[in-house]
Design a protein around this ligand. Structure first.
Ligand code: ADP
Ligand code: MG
Length: 240
């Protein structure tokens, strides 16, 4: 579904991604871990061209997306993204947050968008909050709305950038449960996370990123049990 070859990203002289190769299959759940500043967010942002790669190539569903003339809006619709800071529209109700893009971008009739939106809110356990404004929600509820909003565009892949890092500990589980159910339904997902238990349980593959390269990858259970690279060992010794 996604093929990344020799991906590089630099800001001026600061090289942040220094040659990333990764193939992500349909239905695969890839978890990305690594120290702060190692380039994890930049990697995700390059996948949907929120950042323009300096070098290398990315293919999505068989088509090169890093060449000029690619319809970026259509591409972004196919890739849902969920951020650490939920980025909900504060002046819109929960249901409006979820239906605005389908109405404006997918040109769905309002009634249809609302029916789909309510179904998505039910899926994340928040149907009864449809008329509420984001300021009245807990962090965990906000993040579940953000996930429903991303799903409303019917993405083919979901990108998550530390979706639980801004949450109080007691709210982490409810967001991870929603992500687990997406994984179970076969959604292709790339997830940057510090939740090692989740990575072990839900990840099909783990990428350990350090210094802008994939230092080690493999089955999460195997990498956790038997990290091969010294940098992986050192990182895991601090977080496990
Ligand atoms: P991570 O998500 O692993 O913590 P990031 O991808 O956010 O790492 O950042 C990697 C490095 O790139 C950091 O040193 C960060 O300061 C730098 N960086 C990220 N975005 C920008 C930007 N827009 N301009 C300049 N430097 C940036
Ligand atoms: Mg980051």
């Amino acid at each position: 579904m996604i093929k990344v070859s020799g991906l590089k990203k630099a800001y001026g002289k600061h090289v942040v991604l220094n040659g990333i190769d990764a193939d992500i299959s349909k239905g695969e759940v890839v978890v990305v871990i690594g120290p702060s500043g190692s380039g994890k967010s930049t990697f995700l942002r390059c996948l949907n061209l929120l950042e323009t790669p300096t070098d290398g190539a990315i293919e999505f569903e068989g088509k090169p997306i890093t060449e000029s003339g690619v319809p970026i809006d259509a591409l972004r619709q196919s890739m849902g993204m969920v951020f650490q800071q939920f980025n909900l529209f504060p002046h819109m109700t929960v249901l409006e947050n979820v239906t605005i893009a389908p109405i404006k971008v997918r040109k769905l009739p309002r009634a249809e968008a609302e029916r789909d939106g309510l179904a998505l809110l039910r899926r994340v356990g928040l149907e009864e909050k449809s008329g509420t404004y984001p300021s009245r929600l807990s962090g965990g509820q906000k993040q579940r709305v953000a996930i429903a909003r991303a799903l409303a565009m019917k993405p083919h892949v979901m990108l998550f950038d530390e979706p639980t890092s801004a949450l109080d500990p007691e709210m982490v589980g409810e967001v991870l449960d929603v992500m687990k159910s997406l994984a179970k339904d076969g959604m292709t997902m790339v997830i940057v996370t510090h939740e090692m238990g989740f990575a072990r349980e839900v990840g099909d593959r783990l990428l350990f990123v350090d210094g802008g390269v994939i230092v080690e990858q493999g089955d999460p259970r195997e990498v956790f049990a038997n990290p091969k690279h010294p940098r992986t060992k050192e990182f895991l010794s601090k977080v496990l």
